[in-house]
Design a protein around this ligand. Structure first.
Ligand code: HAM
Length: 420
C-alpha cells in the first residue's frame, strides 16, 4: 500500500472504530463507579497557562523541564496539559468551588500530553481518568479515593495489582531528608549510573526511582523518608494504613517510592501491574495539601490519583479481558428497486424511535451483496423489501442466525423484534 501523505505525530494514536467500544465500556465503568463513590465530573480545557503547570507540577520535574508541548500566542503562554491535578486545582480556585460546601469530590477523563520518548505504554498523547478530593485532610479521604481506584480495576477484572504506598512528608522534613540523601550518595557518586549522577545534582530523590542495575545496591541501603517524618505526618501515614486495612485494601509499603511531580505531601502511592512490562504503573497519586495555596488559593488539603487508560487496555489484553460486545445491528433493510429504497429510508426512523438499531444499503447493490453486508454488520434480522412486498404489505423477515424466514406485516416485524 502507498504511504499516506499524512500520519499522526509520533506517540499520538488514533482510536479506531474497532477500538472505541472497549474505550466506551471502560469509560462507562469509570463513570458508574464514580457515581457510587459520589464523585462529580469536571472537564477543564486541554490548554492551560504554562505558568500554572510550571508552578503546580514543579520547574525541576521532567514533565516541566523537558516534556511540555507549549507555545506562545500574543502575550499568553499555552501548554497542552500534561496532567489533570493542577488544572482541577486551578478550576477550584477560579470558580470558588469551596462555596458549594463540603469537600469537592471530582473526577475526570481526558487526554494528557507529554513529550516523552514513546514506547509500549508510554505515549505523547495518552488518556487518564483521575479523581481529586479537595478540602479533606482526614486519612479516610486518602483511603476512600484509593478504594474508588481499586473498585474500577476490580470491576474490569484486573485484580493482580500491587498498591505501593509511602509518605513523602512535608517540605521541612523533605529538606532534611534531601540533605541526608546527599550526604549518603556523595561518597558513592562515582559508582552511580550516569542518569543518577545527573539526578544527584538536580533532584536526589529521583535517584531512588532509578531502574539502572548499578544503582540498586546503593538504593537499598539509602536512608528512608519515614525516618524524617514529623509526628503529624507519621501519624497521618499510620492512619491511612489503618484505614486501608479497615477497607480490606492490601498494600505494600515502599519507603523509596517518590513521585515524578513536586506537589506531593504525605501520602504517595502507585498501583503497579505485573502485566505491563517496563511501564508498569497503572496509576498513581497522593496528597497535595500545599498545591492550592501555591497557585493562589486558600490553604486547602487535597488528595487524588490519576491512571492511564492505554495502560489499563494493555493489561486487559494481557489478561484476555474483553469488555465490549462485538459490533451488531438489529435490522438491516435489504432493498430491491427505487420504491423500496424510499420506503426503507422512511421506515428506518420507526425502528430507531422504538430503540431498535437499523441500517440499509446506501450503494444500490445487488440483493446478494446486501445480504453479505448484513452479515458483515452482524445484523440479527434482515428485512427484504421490493415492489411485491410493498404491494402486498408483507415483508420477508429473516432471522440471520437461525436462517429462518417469514412473510409478515410491518407491524408484526416491529412486534417480533420487540419480543426478542
Ligand atoms: P502520574 O503518575 O504522572 O500522575 O500519571 C498517572 C498515570 O498516568 C501513570 O501511572 C500512567 O498510568 C499514566 N501515564 C503517565 N504518563 C503517561 C504516558 N506518557 N503514556 C501513557 N500513560 C501515562 C499524575 O498525572 C498526577 N496528576 C496524579 C494525581 C492526581 N496526583 C494527585 N492527583
Amino acid at each position: 500500500m502507498a504511504q499516506p501523505a499524512f500520519k499522526t505525530h509520533q506517540g499520538m494514536n488514533d482510536i479506531l472504530p474497532d477500538e472505541t467500544p472497549e474505550w466506551q465500556a471502560i469509560e462507562h465503568i469509570i463513570r458508574d463507579e464514580a457515581r457510587k463513590f459520589n464523585f462529580e465530573e469536571i472537564r477543564t480545557p486541554i490548554l492551560e497557562p504554562t505558568e500554572l503547570i510550571a508552578r503546580g507540577v514543579g520547574e525541576e520535574t521532567d514533565i516541566v523541564s523537558k516534556e511540555m508541548f507549549s507555545f506562545q500566542r500574543g502575550d499568553d503562554n499555552y501548554v497542552l496539559r500534561p496532567e489533570g491535578t493542577a488544572p482541577v486545582a486551578r478550576a477550584y480556585v477560579q470558580h470558588h468551588l469551596e462555596q458549594r460546601g463540603g469537600t469537592q469530590n471530582l473526577f475526570y477523563i481526558g487526554p494528557m500530553f507529554r513529550a516523552e520518548r514513546p514506547q509500549k505504554g508510554r505515549q505523547r498523547q495518552f488518556h487518564q481518568f483521575g479523581a481529586e478530593i479537595i478540602g479533606a485532610a482526614d486519612p479516610v479521604a486518602d483511603a476512600d479515593m484509593i478504594a474508588y481506584l481499586q473498585a474500577v480495576y476490580h470491576r474490569i477484572g484486573i485484580t493482580n495489582t500491587t498498591l505501593k504506598i509511602n509518605s513523602v512528608g512535608n517540605p521541612q522534613s523533605r529538606k532534611k531528608y534531601r540533605a541526608a540523601l546527599e550526604s549518603y550518595f556523595k561518597p558513592h557518586f562515582n559508582e552511580l549510573s550516569e542518569i543518577s549522577q545527573k539526578r544527584f545534582k538536580k533532584n536526589p530523590f529521583r535517584i531512588l526511582d532509578s531502574k539502572e542495575p548499578e544503582d540498586q545496591d546503593l538504593i537499598k541501603k539509602a536512608p528512608v523518608m519515614t525516618e524524617f517524618l514529623s509526628d503529624e505526618s507519621a501519624n497521618h501515614y499510620k492512619k491511612v494504613k489503618e484505614m486501608l486495612t479497615e477497607l480490606d485494601i492490601s498494600f505494600e509499603e515502599d519507603p523509596y517510592l517518590v513521585r515524578g511531580l513536586d506537589y506531593y505531601t504525605r501520602t504517595a502511592f502507585e498501583l503497579i501491574s505485573p502485566d505491563l512490562g517496563a511501564q508498569d504503573a497503572l496509576g498513581g497519586g497522593g496528597r497535595y495539601d500545599l498545591l492550592i495555596e501555591e497557585i493562589g488559593g486558600q490553604p486547602t488539603p487535597a488528595v487524588g490519583f490519576a491512571a492511564g487508560i492505554e495502560r489499563l487496555i494493555i493489561a486487559c489484553e494481557e489478561l484476555d479481558i474483553q469488555l465490549s460486545k462485538p459490533k451488531s445491528t438489529d435490522v438491516y433493510i435489504v432493498t430491491i428497486g427505487e420504491r423500496a429504497i424510499k420506503w426503507a429510508a422512511a421506515h428506518l426512523g420507526d425502528f430507531r424511535k422504538a430503540g431498535i438499531s437499523a441500517t440499509m444499503d446506501y450503494k444500490g447493490r445487488s440483493i446478494k451483496s446486501q445480504m453479505k453486508d448484513a452479515n458483515r454488520e452482524n445484523a440479527r434480522y434482515a428485512l427484504i423489501v421490493g415492489d411485491n412486498e410493498l404491494n402486498e404489505g408483507k415483508f420477508t423477515f429473516r432471522d440471520m442466525e437461525a436462517s429462518e424466514e417469514d412473510s409478515i406485516s410491518f407491524a408484526k416485524v416491529m412486534q417480533r423484534i420487540a419480543q426478542t
